[in-house]
Design a protein around this ligand. Structure first.
Ligand code: SIN
Length: 508
């Protein structure tokens, strides 16, 4: 009898260490499952959750009001049933996990009540935050809690290279712990791999955001949806090494000015600086192009900039900005679509679940409302964690593919050059504004690029090469989705000859 090669097993395998993965792991462990959480991140700071500034939206006792805001921000494209799940479970999830279990010290007012913040397109103050570094204050205690949990093992610096599929079911993954791929078999595999910022020249995501989960799921045959809706944040620092200037700044009174010092948002939307994110991002880009610069003026804040937003103020000082006028430009921030999942995180493949930014739950439609991404990760993470245990599948050892022996000598230049080409293509043709010819050109470039990477992968293997392959696959899927959607809506803004003619008629 042939010997089974070295492998690991877990009832539930979670891939990714942001809030969604942590929530899925927590809930599965609470239900008595043995959970293994693997992440390619070497430090917590490598997960997008750690970079989240503004905060986490609650419903603040009024789910219907939050639902109206989510639907309005999405321009009516979000799925009302999915939004219902989000808003109905928001307050209980925050109370249970963030307040009672993790005791996150959200900012309070002098009277001891929570200091709920307001952000763009929210009709009321309902966002819990810790300074403007909320993600850090949530994620680190969350990972520490899971590290100490007897039913959870957290394995960092462990990349997943492939899903193991057998007879149409997902049975786990191959990690890079062995040179030829280390099988981890699981009753349920939950992808929580985050976003796609590394596919763009400028992004507010960590550099590991290479679309891994989306690519691996799609290659295994899972359905994906809404990938054309790539959200750009309107106010990232306009310079080398961009960082986020949270929506919370505009929520607290900061305003946008063009190069002449004039405010302009009133010309674009009745809610001015508090308009939905896609509207503000396009306005900032247009004014920047027309006048040369756009700044976020933080002198108009109701409170003191340094006191209220110490982390952002420090980032500004580090870039040599001492005053109150901070140059800003839109920057890739979030993917509204992803692996298609139901209300419990089930994908179209048996045994495979997904949560967080790598998914399309329907909650965001064509444009996400600020501070709902941590909330979506938390709510769907908890639901998926409960569901996977309920399905009672046990890990099964099946035939796993064997990868070529790793070649650590992947020429850095190969990966760097391909990534540069991919990022330039995405930024130029699949950015804030797209046109059908540009999308078609991007698809052609990306197809060629993927062919070159595939040829390379036939002889070598390494984590970097898999990240590059995943980035190519995800970029191609985004280009395909954009090419197939002729309706300009939310983050998928098409500029065609007809739309330009219609705009100039409206201006006359
Ligand atoms: C921000 O702080 O502006 C980001 C919030 C979000 O993306 O939801």
């Amino acid at each position: 009898m042939s010997e089974t090669p070295p492998h690991d097993t877990a009832d539930v395998l979670v891939v990714g260490s942001g809030i969604a993965g942590c929530a899925a792991a927590l809930q599965a462990a609470r239900e008595d499952a043995e959970v293994l959480l693997v992440t390619k991140a070497e430090r917590p700071t490598d997960a997008s959750t750690d970079w989240a500034q503004g905060g986490i939206s609650t419903a603040r006792g009024d789910p219907e009001a939050l639902k109206r805001d989510v639907l309005a921000a999405s321009d009516g494209t979000a799925d009302p049933d999915a939004v219902d799940v989000l808003v109905r479970e928001a307050d209980a999830a925050v109370e249970d996990v963030l307040l009672e279990t993790l005791e996150i010290p959200f900012d309070e007012r002098e009277n001891g009540a929570f200091d709920y913040a307001r952000e763009a397109a929210h009709s009321e103050r309902r966002i819990l935050h810790v300074d403007a570094a909320t993600g850090t204050h949530i994620l680190r205690p969350f990972l520490n809690y899971l590290d100490d949990h007897e039913r959870v093992e957290v394995r960092q610096d462990t990349a997943v290279l492939e899903l193991i599929t057998h007879e149409g079911r997902v049975h786990g993954v191959l990690t890079d712990e062995d040179a030829t791929g280390h099988p981890v078999y699981a009753g349920a595999t939950v992808l929580a791999t985050g976003g796609i910022g590394a596919l763009y020249l400028r992004s507010t995501n960590p550099e590991g955001a290479t679309g891994d989960g989306i690519a691996m799921a799609a290659l295994a045959g899972a359905d994906v949806a809404d990938l054309e809706y790539v959200q750009f944040h309107p106010t990232a620092f306009d310079g080398e090494d961009p960082f986020l200037l949270s929506e919370a700044l505009r929520g607290e009174g900061a305003v946008l000015r063009d190069a002449d010092g004039d405010r302009f948002m009133d010309d674009y939307h009745p809610d001015a600086e508090l308009a939905p994110r896609d509207v503000v991002a396009r306005a900032v880009a247009a004014e920047r192009e027309a006048t040369g610069e756009v700044v976020l003026d933080v002198q108009t804040l109701e409170g003191d900039f340094e006191d209220e937003f110490p982390g952002i103020a420090e980032n500004c000082r580090d870039r040599g900005i001492d005053g109150y006028q901070i140059p800003v430009a839109p920057c890739e921030h979030f993917l509204c679509g992803g692996i298609d999942v139901d209300h419990d995180g089930r994908t179209s493949l048996e045994g495979l679940y997904a949560v967080g930014e790598c998914t399309r739950t329907g909650v965001h439609g064509a444009n996400r409302l600020a501070s709902t991404s941590l909330l979506e990760g938390l709510v769907w993470g908890l639901r998926a964690g409960e569901t996977v245990v309920g399905c009672e599948a046990k890990p099964r050892v099946v035939d796993a593919p064997t990868l070529r022996d790793s070649d650590p000598a992947l020429p850095e230049r190969f990966a760097a050059e391909k990534f540069r080409r991919l990022r330039r293509t995405m930024a130029e043709q699949l950015g804030l504004e797209r046109d059908p010819d540009g999308i078609a050109r991007a698809s052609a470039v990306l197809r060629r690029l993927k062919g070159e990477v595939d040829a390379y992968t036939r002889t070598r293997t390494s984590r970097e090469l898999y990240e590059l392959r995943n980035a190519c696959v995800t970029a191609l899927l985004i280009a395909r989705a954009a090419g197939e959607n002729a309706e300009s809506r939310g983050c998928h803004h098409l500029v065609t000859e007809e739309s330009t003619a219609a705009e100039s008629t409206a201006d006359d």
